[in-house]
Design a binder for this molecule. Sequence first.
Ligand SMILES: [Mg+2]
Length: 205
Amino acid sequence: MSDYIILCDFDGTITLQDTCVPILEQFAVGDWEKYDKLLSEGLINLYECMQKQFGMIQANIPSIISSMGSIPIRPGFADFISSCLSQKINVIIVSAGLDFVIRSVLLQNNLDLPVVAAKVKDKRFQLEFPSLHYPDSIDFKVDQVKYYQTQQKKVIFIGDGNSDLQGAMQADLVFAVKNSFLNSHFKNGFSSFLDLEKILMSLNN
Ligand SMILES: [Mg+2]
């Protein structure tokens, strides 16, 4: 088993576009965008924002999945995963999106990876968030990083957005999607997973 583990964001990192916004645009009833503003102003946290926004959805899961169509993923991701697995590096998706959306996109691409993300509990879209190993963790992304570090792993964090910042700050090595919010904090930028695959090979050798 490798000393490394990879924690990878989903929306905007594995996918090229955010998958939640089109779902909210189509199925949320009410002003869901105001919660993004409250989140960016620090008036609510990520959990409150997600619960408020997804709680406005008036649709069932099968109709949401069938509305999604085919979601393009970033070039090289499938080969990157094969290469990680052949080097015995586990890859875990940590996402502030929804578990069922992520699994459906993975299935479209014949991929099967562990996912740490919110699950929908009932028809009113009440969410169940991943439980924390450390109650003082600001969010579940940083909590996952800390957890694997205590398992003696070096954590590589890959992401793009605001919700990745805490996790990335705690990680041992960070790669950020080029020109993203996270890239303004961490200089290792990438556009294609093919670039990351090369770096990974050099780390493990
Ligand atoms: Mg993202």
